[in-house]
Design a protein around this ligand. Structure first.
Ligand code: EPZ
Length: 421
């Protein structure tokens, strides 16, 4: 299994480019099933989860050309509506194929999705199942958490999400786009990736209004046409690199990004004393007075503090002066990784599965670590880069799932990081 070897405390500076957003690409690819015309997707991140998505789509019968950044997809000959269980088990994003398959064929078979271990009970999909039923589908759960959904005829729905879910919102939006009638979704997630998906489907002839707000109205179309989409910048990569620069007190220019998508983080950075300036598609973090001031955060659905930036922010708070309370409200296992940070020298008390208290600043020391999920993985990389001595991070696949050529980009700004098989 490949691992990262990091020798910490090297001075970092320079420019780093942000890739296309994983959590946008993982929806645009399955959305290609909704149209039988040519689909072109640009600025794709070259990461494991995108490769997994193309494996699933090819297995269903699509014709795909992909050069690591741009893909042309033809789903006109898809005849199979059963997700390959082995492939689907590798990532959470596999669930995004089900809604489009149901909308196009009136039927879909799929396993409970795999992926990160951050949600209780293996990332529940009850909202998806409730949503499919709202469209008139019947669901049979076969042995070993394999689902068979079928609908004699699909009907538009009025559905109120009992809790805000990014992928459940996207799944129902995609399904509704080609079901006759007007679907109304309430208590929707408002992430930028959802607005990007709606804009893209609308260029293909869909009629989706209200994306990015809690209420969406979707007028189903008989068919939607060809599409061309440029994946939006990855806001979580942007925030992760900004936090790295702040933690390492480095001059770092982050380009090909969209700072307006991480405003909550930037407002917090202002308060803790990070020096930065930004424009439409760039963000400059500057060396400045240290130590930073500790500041509590509570993760929240967009536009609140992104749960995917909680792990890197915890590392930053180990270098800030004072006590900070980190309240992870979205997932109940997403703070377990902080035990490894404590082993590196951080002073962290776990109050309960949703809350830790950090006392800083504390020096960090290199350790042998294992990446439990991609966001804790990047946090451990950041910790290794600012720690004294050598850090080894195993299970780098989890990091490769979401960060393209990470070690190459970090070496370019002065990091001593290498990948060893
Ligand atoms: C998306 O996951 C992202 N993944 C996650 O990023 C991100 O952390 C999350 O949104 C929150 O921003 C993708 O877009 C592929 P949710 P998603 O449904 O949609 C519960 C990363 O690191 N829930 O908004 O799966 C769920 O357990 C990943 O890139 C149900 O109870 O998250 C969680 O507690 C990690 N039943 C809460 O809702 C359901 O049917 C919010 O999760 C679905 C979700």
């Amino acid at each position: 299994m490949p691992k990262f070897i990091i020798n910490g405390k090297k001075p970092l500076s320079g420019q780093i480019a942000v890739s296309g957003a994983k959590n946008s690409a993982l929806k645009i690819i399955p959305a290609s099933i909704l149209s039988t015309e040519k689909i072109t997707i640009k600025n794709l991140p070259n990461i494991e989860d995108v490769t997994r998505s193309f494996e699933v789509l090819t297995d269903l019968g699509a014709k795909i050309t992909y050069n690591g950044s741009e893909a042309n997809i033809d789903t006109s000959n898809i005849a199979n509506n059963e997700l390959n269980a082995k492939m689907a088990d590798k990532f959470r994003g596999s669930i995004m194929f089900v809604g489009p398959l149901l909308a196009r064929f009136g039927e879909a078979k799929f396993p409970h999705p795999g992926g990160c271990v951050i949600g209780a009970g293996g990332r529940p999909i009850d909202l998806f199942l409730e949503g499919y039923r709202a469209f008139g589908a019947e669901i049979k759960e076969e042995s070993g958490k394999f689902y068979h959904i079928k609908a004699k005829h699909l009907q538009a729905a009025e559905y109120f999400f009992p809790l805000v879910s990014v992928t459940a919102t996207e799944s129902m939006m995609m399904t509704a786009s080609i079901i006759p009638g007007t679907t109304i979704l309430k208590n929707c997630a408002m992430e930028p990736e959802i607005s990007a998906l709606a804009d893209y489907l609308n260029t293909q002839g869909a009629q989706i209004s209200g994306a990015g707000t809690p209420i969406m109205v979707i007028k189903g179309q008989n068919k939607i046409g060809a599409g061309e989409f440029t994946v939006i910048p990855d806001r979580i990569e942007t925030g992760s690199f900004a936090i790295l620069a702040a933690a390492a007190n480095a001059n770092l220019e982050i380009i090909n990004c969209q700072p307006e998508h991480i405003m909550t983080l930037l407002k917090i950075m202002e308060r803790i004393g990070v020096d930065f300036e930004y424009g439409r598609d760039w963000l400059k973090i500057k060396k400045g007075k240290r130590p930073l001031k500790a500041h509590d955060i509570k993760t929240h659905e967009y536009p609140g503090f992104a749960t995917d930036l909680q792990s890197p922010y915890v590392v930053l708070m180990t270098q800030a002066q004072g006590i900070s309370l980190i309240h992870e409200t979205i997932y109940d296992r997403r703070l377990l990784w902080t035990d490894m940070l404590s082993q590196m020298g951080a002073s962290i008390i776990m109050c309960d599965p949703h809350r830790v208290v950090i006392q800083g600043p504390t020096p960090l020391f290199g350790k042998r670590l294992i990446s439990p999920d991609l966001r804790a993985g990047i946090a451990l990389v950041i910790a290794g880069l600012i720690a004294e001595g050598r850090t080894e991070i195993d299970n780098v696949y989890q990091i490769d799932r979401g960060y393209e050529k990470l070690e190459e980009r970090l070496r370019k700004i002065g990091a001593d990081i290498s990948r060893v098989e």
